[in-house]
Each structure stands twice: as structure tokens, then as C-alpha cells.
Design a protein around this ligand. Structure first.
Ligand SMILES: Nc1ncnc2c1ncn2[C@@H]1O[C@H](COP(=O)(O)OP(=O)(O)OP(=O)(O)O)[C@@H](O)[C@H]1O
Length: 315
């Protein structure tokens, strides 16, 4: 899909005098990126602050905004990016700061989505790259860039083999989950979804609810459109194990809804548990809630993207 020019915030880098900073999680990935980041930060005129514990990313981002920083790098993995975006949202600065990702985590899925190849590349993009306005998802007040997941996938991903991931993409997590956790009872949920065609309600036992901002879980897989103001929602109903595997694969291969799998593009979703509180994985961090309202803030974050960035590569 051709990029929508309206989402270009700036076609080139920041003004010379802009105050630059990078927030580094020294423990992300293998934890060996510290010296290289400091060297590059020095070369490009960035001050460096480090997180010392979980949650620091948000606090340091708020501090950066209070200090007048207008160019901000997030050095770490997807969890670090999420925390820093949280701090920017708290400071009402999602679209006022020029934000960039310096990938140093284990998976770095979001960095891949926006075309950032390495820490060095991330600095180059902060200095010279195009900044785009991308959607941010909110689960109540907590922002997320990639996805919000409830159900089987949230706690079964470790058992999924890389061969399965390659063959089935994110649905591999569901398939593995069904094969392994035959005792999974499903989540008793009431779900309200608002799409541009109206409101849908669903009530039943869910195996998995997969909500992607920058992530797609079914059909063509891979990345969802991050500039359309919509979530990519896949709802998989509880079903007997063998059937579930077949369903998931059919959904994946045929790219269409099946009896137990529903796909929707949604502006807003309300999820309420009819039983215990549910673990929601927001960009990989677990939040336990009885109910959750998910909204999209369209074109909310100004983020530096690489030449390979495509808002909707599979559209
Ligand atoms: N100094 C620190 N010590 C320990 N944990 C930290 C520290 N700073 C941040 N954290 C926490 O580390 C967690 C993981 O960080 P992050 O996601 O960046 O790395 P990763 O898990 O290696 O990468 P990815 O999510 O891309 O796979 C986050 O939950 C964050 O809160």
C-alpha cells in the first residue's frame, strides 16, 4: 500500500538545536549494548539515562519531556518501548516529541515493523529519517504499540517451536496452546466491538482474544495497518482440541472467518469477564483485569521509520 502522505510528520531530521536524549534499558536482550549506545549517543549529541528497574522507562520519559527534550530514543526491546510510550502519553507528548527506537531487546518486533535494523540505524533515522504519525492502542489508560492478548497465547508462547512460528506465524501460539493445554477452560467473556459498520456483541467462552495495533494474528499474518485508526481483532472461541487445530490452520490458510474464528477491524472494544479476572498481555507485559476498554488513538505517536517501513505491508 502506498504510504499516506498525511501521516508524514517530517520528511527529514530535527532542527540543529533540538535537545536529544536516549533512555537505555541496560538489561534488554543480552545486556551488552551499553558501551556501543554511549559511543553513538556521544557522537550524535544525545545525553544518556539508564533504567534501573521495571517502570523506570515511563518515569524517565516524563522527566525527559519536563527537561525540554524533543528528540527521544528508546534503547531496549518491546517492553522498554512500551514503558517509554507510557511516559510520553502521561506527559501528553506522544506527538510533540520526535521518537525513535534503538533495538537492543530479544525480539524487537516493533523495531522490525517500523524498519529499524540496528542501534546505529536507529540513531541515523532519529537524525535524518522520516517521522510518521502512527496509531497507538490504549487498554484503559495504558498505551501499547503492538498488541493486547488474552487467553491461551499469553502463557504458552515459550513452548512454541521456531518451526511452528515460521509455518503458522502468531497462530502457532494458539495451535501449540491447544495441543499442550488440553485442560484450558476458556475465558467466559462478554465482548462489545465497535467497527465502522456498527456495534457487535459476543458472549461466550473464548480460547483467545488477539487485538493487534501493529500486529496481525490471522489472514495474511505479520503486521497490521498502523495508520488506519483500527485494531485488527481475532476472536477464537473455545472448542475441542483437535478441532481447534484444524480451525486455526483453516483460518490461516484460507484467510477467511470460520465457525469458531472471527476477524474484525475495530475502533473500540470492551471486554468483561463473567468469572475471574483475566491476564491481558500488553506488548508482553501482563495486566490482570476484570474488564478492559480498548481504544485506538489514531496518528498519535511521531516515530522515526526506516525506508522499509510500510504502514500495511500485507494489504
Ligand atoms: N535496569 C533494569 N533491570 C531489570 N529490569 C529492567 C531494567 N530496566 C527495565 N527493566 C524491565 O525489563 C523488561 C524487559 O525489557 P525489554 O522488553 O526491553 O527487553 P527484552 O525482553 O529483552 O526484549 P523484547 O521485549 O524485544 O523481546 C521490561 O519489563 C522492563 O521494565
Amino acid at each position: 500500500m502506498a504510504p499516506d502522505p498525511e501521516h508524514t510528520v517530517t520528511a527529514a531530521g530535527p532542527p540543529d538545536g533540538a535537545k536529544r536524549r536516549v533512555i537505555v534499558n541496560p538489561t534488554s536482550g543480552g545486556g551488552e549494548h551499553g558501551p556501543a549506545v554511549r559511543r553513538l549517543a556521544d557522537r550524535h549529541g544525545y545525553s544518556v539515562v539508564e533504567t534501573t528497574k521495571q517502570g523506570d522507562g515511563a518515569a524517565l520519559a516524563r522527566e525527559a519531556i519536563a527537561d525540554g527534550v524533543t528528540v527521544l530514543g528508546a534503547c531496549g526491546g518491546d517492553g522498554t518501548v512500551q514503558e517509554i510510550v507510557q511516559g510520553l502519553a502521561d506527559a501528553d507528548a506522544l506527538d510533540t516529541v520526535r521518537f525513535g527506537v534503538l533495538p537492543a531487546g530479544t525480539a524487537n518486533i516493533f523495531a522490525g515493523d517500523i524498519g529499524v535494523r540496528s542501534i546505529e540505524h536507529g540513531f541515523e533515522l532519529l537524525e535524518e529519517g522520516e517521522a510518521r504519525a502512527i496509531d497507538i492502542g490504549f487498554a484503559d489508560d495504558t498505551p501499547f504499540v503492538k498488541s493486547c492478548i488474552a487467553g491461551l497465547t499469553a502463557d504458552t508462547s515459550a513452548a512454541t517451536t521456531s518451526d511452528m512460528k515460521e509455518r503458522f506465524g502468531p497462530l502457532a501460539f494458539v495451535i501449540t496452546g491447544v495441543q499442550q493445554a488440553t485442560s484450558f477452560e476458556g475465558l467466559a467473556l462478554d465482548i462489545d466491538v465497535v467497527t465502522d459498520e456498527g456495534e457487535h456483541t459476543w458472549s461466550g467462552e473464548a480460547l483467545s482474544v488477539l487485538i493487534g495495533n501493529a500486529r496481525r494474528f490471522a489472514k495474511e499474518l505479520g503486521q497490521a495497518n498502523v495508520e488506519d485508526g483500527l485494531f485488527d481483532v481475532t476472536l477464537i472461541e473455545q472448542m475441542p482440541p483437535g478441532e481447534a487445530v484444524a480451525e486455526a490452520i483453516a483460518q490461516q490458510l484460507l484467510g477467511r472467518d470460520t465457525e469458531h474464528v472471527t476477524r474484525l477491524d475495530a475502533e473500540r472494544i470492551e471486554i468483561e469477564s463473567r468469572a475471574d479476572a483475566v491476564d491481558f498481555s500488553l506488548d508482553g507485559e501482563i495486566y490482570r483485569r476484570d474488564r478492559l476498554t480498548l481504544t485506538v488513538q489514531p496518528a498519535a505517536l511521531s516515530v522515526c521509520v526506516g525506508p522499509e517501513y510500510d504502514p500495511a505491508p500485507t494489504a
